[in-house]
Design a protein around this ligand. Sequence first.
Ligand code: SF4
Length: 436
Amino acid sequence: MRYHLVTLGCPKNAVDSEHLVRLLSQARHEAAADAAAADVLVVNTCGFIDASIKESTDAVKELARGKRHGQKLIVAGCMTQLYGPKLEAEVPQVDAVFGVNQWERIAEMLGPAEGETIDIPDTSRLSSRPSAYLKISDGCDRPCTFCIIPTIKGRMTSAPADDLVARARTFAAEGVRELVLVAQDSTDYGHDLGASDGLADLLLRLAEEVPELPWLRVMYAYPGAVTRRLARVMASLPQVCNYIDVPLQHGSPEVLRRMKRPSNPTTVRAMIELLRSEMPDLAVRTTFIVGSPGETEAEFEELLAFAEEMQFDRVGVFTYSPQAGTPAAAMPGQLPEKVKRRRYRELMELQQGISYRKNQDQIGRVLSVLVESEPGQEDGQWPIFVGRTYRDAPEVDGMVICRGSAEPGELAPVTITGAGPYDLFGASPQEIAVVG
Ligand code: SF4
């Protein structure tokens, strides 16, 4: 059978899709890039916010419109966990609906293709890029009032460290150079297994037992949950990128209290200071939500001042989107979209200036660039390649556009020669020698 898989949402969903691809490959089903050529259409949906629900529903409807006689349409993932029956009623062409973590059931439903099943390691990648995501836990025990994830995914469950090390080894053997650790809350890793500082333990094991992986990157740390030991472990292991993603969501104590996030910016400051003292060249990424219920102009100003003070390297900004079933959706003081969009623009503009200055500071540094592109040519004459430094996570951060030649997966030394607010420009040492 040939299947066409559409994945929406975050990197954690991408990891789930990879798992499904592995199961289907084991049963000898083949992927089809073109929906029309497939026997089965599968959509891995996202239900994080209303916009994601709409995007997922639209994707299902589009496939349903083109569905031909004999084709199957299967929908799974976060959105269907919540709204499966509603979607089935709305899109009658849907043949089967599964919730989260039911990938084995989809594989069972399709059954094996003709011939023997084949053994495929418990990892596979959606693309040939040199990075892969390692989902270390799923679910979340935090009470954030705007978030539906705990309802969808349930309690946090960590993957056993032995399994994660084995997966990391397989990834490395497949040519992966960067492993990006993802979870809803990576700093909570191992608590359910009795560990008090599980993420630090896991990083130590990965670094020691899979030394052939040159880059490990930590995403989705929880504010205030980074221990001194974790900061030291990150600093002491050369493989761990001096980079951290800590979604802070806001800078006003009152807004954070309403969000049921750690409401003390002093703790957050202390955590960032601790990390920066252990890793002076640390790049910090965060995300903020603007326009949550009741956010006053003064509270938004506090957020701007906080962002200015903290000088984050990378910031993602989201406008608040009410999610049915969350406490925040029922709160008074829902703001008009116009206000949310204006605040979004203001924060983005402020951060653009900060990111630009931070990028300018990189000029003159020689950094290792993980090459992502096939070699190309600029204006038909200069060889160029594109990659990322330790300061940029795949898919969410910037790139480095470099003069020189290097192959995908290579860690190439690059002198940074220019910078914009998002991307850097550089040249490999040979190019500098030629030009100089
Ligand atoms: S920590 Fe993240 S996933 Fe967990 S409830 Fe809060 S926002 Fe949602």
